[in-house]
Design a binder for this molecule. Sequence first.
Ligand SMILES: *[C@@H]1O[C@H](CO)[C@@H](O)[C@H](O)[C@H]1NC(C)=O
Ligand SMILES: *[C@@H]1O[C@H](CO)[C@@H](O)[C@H](O)[C@H]1NC(C)=O
Ligand SMILES: *[C@@H]1O[C@H](CO)[C@@H](O)[C@H](O)[C@H]1NC(C)=O
Ligand SMILES: *[C@@H]1O[C@H](CO)[C@@H](O)[C@H](O)[C@H]1NC(C)=O
Ligand SMILES: *[C@@H]1O[C@H](CO)[C@@H](O)[C@H](O)[C@H]1NC(C)=O
Ligand SMILES: *[C@@H]1O[C@H](CO)[C@@H](O)[C@H](O)[C@H]1NC(C)=O
Ligand SMILES: *[C@@H]1O[C@H](CO)[C@@H](O)[C@H](O)[C@H]1NC(C)=O
Ligand SMILES: *[C@@H]1O[C@H](CO)[C@@H](O)[C@H](O)[C@H]1NC(C)=O
Ligand SMILES: *[C@@H]1O[C@H](CO)[C@@H](O)[C@H](O)[C@H]1NC(C)=O
Ligand SMILES: *[C@@H]1O[C@H](CO)[C@@H](O)[C@H](O)[C@H]1NC(C)=O
Ligand SMILES: *[C@@H]1O[C@H](CO)[C@@H](O)[C@H](O)[C@H]1NC(C)=O
Ligand SMILES: *[C@@H]1O[C@H](CO)[C@@H](O)[C@H](O)[C@H]1NC(C)=O
Ligand SMILES: [Cu+2]
Length: 570
Amino acid sequence: MEAPCLALLLFFGTLLVLPQSSHGATRYYTFNVTLQKVTRLCTTRAIPTVNGKFPGPKIVTREGDRVVVKVVNSVKDNITIHWHGVRQLRTGWSDGPAYVTQCPIRTGQSYVYNFTITGQRGTLFWHAHVSWMRATLYGPIIILPKRGVPYPFPVKPYKEVPIIFGEWFNADPEAIIAQALKTGAGPNISDAFTINGLPGPLYNCSSKDTFKLKVLPGKWYLLRLINAALNDELFFSIANHTLTVVDVDAAYVKPFHTDVVLITPGQTTNVLLRAEPDAGCPAATHLMLARPYGTGQPGTFDNTTVAAVLEYAPPGHIKSLPLFRPSLPALNDTAFAANYSARLRSLATPDYPANVPRGVDRSFFFAVGLGTNPCPANQTCQGPNGSMFTASMNNVSFDMPTTALLQAHYNNIAGVYTTDFPVAPLEPFNYTGTPPNNTNVSNGTKVVVLQYNTSVEVVLQDTSILGAESHPLHLHGFDFFVVGQGFGNYDSSKDPAKFNLVDPVQRNTVGVPAGGWVAIRFFADNPGVWFMHCHLEVHTSWGLKMAWVVNDGPLPEQKLMPPPADLPMC
Ligand SMILES: *[C@@H]1O[C@H](CO)[C@@H](O)[C@H](O)[C@H]1NC(C)=O
Ligand SMILES: *[C@@H]1O[C@H](CO)[C@@H](O)[C@H](O)[C@H]1NC(C)=O
Ligand SMILES: *[C@@H]1O[C@H](CO)[C@@H](O)[C@H](O)[C@H]1NC(C)=O
Ligand SMILES: *[C@@H]1O[C@H](CO)[C@@H](O)[C@H](O)[C@H]1NC(C)=O
Ligand SMILES: *[C@@H]1O[C@H](CO)[C@@H](O)[C@H](O)[C@H]1NC(C)=O
Ligand SMILES: *[C@@H]1O[C@H](CO)[C@@H](O)[C@H](O)[C@H]1NC(C)=O
Ligand SMILES: *[C@@H]1O[C@H](CO)[C@@H](O)[C@H](O)[C@H]1NC(C)=O
Ligand SMILES: *[C@@H]1O[C@H](CO)[C@@H](O)[C@H](O)[C@H]1NC(C)=O
Ligand SMILES: *[C@@H]1O[C@H](CO)[C@@H](O)[C@H](O)[C@H]1NC(C)=O
Ligand SMILES: *[C@@H]1O[C@H](CO)[C@@H](O)[C@H](O)[C@H]1NC(C)=O
Ligand SMILES: *[C@@H]1O[C@H](CO)[C@@H](O)[C@H](O)[C@H]1NC(C)=O
Ligand SMILES: *[C@@H]1O[C@H](CO)[C@@H](O)[C@H](O)[C@H]1NC(C)=O
Ligand SMILES: [Cu+2]
């Protein structure tokens, strides 16, 4: 029983190759966006891909490197690419959200994104940032530590493996969101979740499309988890294996053990996995499963389960092996979500300090949730009570401009946005109690203007309008610290006393608890225009988004760079 495992270990033991580069290198990539025929669940679609790959190519870089990506648009749709979580210090022109930092790259055009990776290490990802194009246009960004700097982990990983979650639609996602915005109904849900592009054996007509991770007994693996799904937070677990969380959103955390990881769209999580010295020998097959943490009404989200396989067996023996399945929390296990989030802490060591704003210059209270728009005259709508679904922050549903906000800001173009985004709801109510009778929202292209280096606190408060729901809020251009969270209405007289200003987790996307609130802080030390939005794409489409305008500071290195010559025009 022992012998085959030992043989395997010796055979694979020499295959470790980690990417190498010098510090401060420039990494060049070309992303040609083209259609590629892909078949999943017995359905063939010509999907937009980068360089024909699905999921898209990995960007492998080191902290301190420059990344230069020439994106060529060879499809009929407008394209932009966002480097999700990359700080883009002074390079807002390379951030990517359409009509926020740039106009789209049109068919036949190209644009060069050019930025450095500063003070970040771990996993991020890139994805399209216009309409629902990111459904198929996404891929990992691997950020290795500076050359010669080790990971601060208790063990050295033998191998590193990206695990990227996605969502597969048998229909064209662009047609799905267009239809929903027209009828006012919730959009059709996806047909499967995927792991590295593959739905796995629990779906019909899919067992050949299964991601398999072959492991060697006793070795440590670093799994780089990325949730690139459009609309679903996910629980993830591997049968018979405990995971050690070491990094989220490209910032190290105090390691902790868990059987289940919760990851929202827009978040990344690095976990260490030890291939058991014995459990896998003799060969056994362990399923890795992911399925939603879903707080919406049943039927409004895909509640299926994606499976991949962790296998110790030599190839060819799989059918006869015992198969173990992990158990996952219930779809609506909000208590699990709260406990899991509370365990995340910054490493906060001298090498990796947590630079938490202790004082607050400007504080904001944003109520986030759904709402309704009346049905246009002479039309029938399929939203709540014949209305249209919408979503808002402080009751403002964001209208996308037709000129990019950053261009308007930089060139002082009037009339593109207004600077009156409310610092708190104009009509306060019991956010987690009985919703107001009138659930209609207002709209506008409203921003908040911040002076350079302002210390900002934002309390994000979920509302129960059309149901309390968890909203993964993503901030561009910054990492923030999650200093507090709770259920019910935030109480500004009691809750701040419980804030963690010592080692709060640092990240770029946080789940606003269903029926609760979360408090974040950051220094506005990056001049530009920075989008903040729900990373459930359906909510963003409905207007759950706003933008911060951060003015230049007085010093040269505190100013936004000039726009590149090839910046696309609207
Ligand atoms: C992009 O891909 C298309 C389709 O394969 C090809 O025709 C075109 O030449 C490519 N463009 C570049 C710049 O590589
Ligand atoms: C990227 O930006 C840097 C800094 O502005 C500049 O020196 C360099 O020429 C740019 N590279 C490309 C390929 O545009
Ligand atoms: C959405 O689902 C409905 C009901 O199954 C179907 O009739 C409609 O064609 C779908 N829409 C799209 C864009 O696929
Ligand atoms: C798979 O196919 C079977 C038989 O056609 C059907 O009964 C079942 O509902 C399908 N399951 C899923 C998840 O589509
Ligand atoms: C693996 O997990 C399964 C189900 O979670 C359990 O029944 C089984 O006993 C476990 N096996 C080992 C070796 O731990
Ligand atoms: C899963 O979703 C389907 C429809 O999409 C619904 O009929 C079913 O009740 C849901 N299951 C659970 C456990 O919510
Ligand atoms: C979770 O879902 C179950 C089954 O649908 C339901 O009985 C329970 O009330 C739900 N719990 C919460 C907190 O919504
Ligand atoms: C709605 O329909 C009525 C009757 O057909 C027509 O008189 C009216 O102009 C229409 N209104 C709009 C806004 O289209
Ligand atoms: C809000 O409503 C909830 C549910 O009805 C209630 O328990 C709570 O006391 C209310 N909170 C406030 C501040 O009124
Ligand atoms: C809201 O609607 C309920 C039920 O229709 C009604 O009893 C109540 O008076 C309304 N409240 C307000 C403030 O209009
Ligand atoms: C925004 O609100 C105005 C009325 O204030 C309305 O006419 C317009 O249709 C709304 N726009 C959107 C995109 O909802
Ligand atoms: C693509 O973007 C341009 C510039 O904003 C816009 O004029 C055009 O309508 C867009 N095309 C599509 C198909 O959305
Ligand atoms: Cu949301």
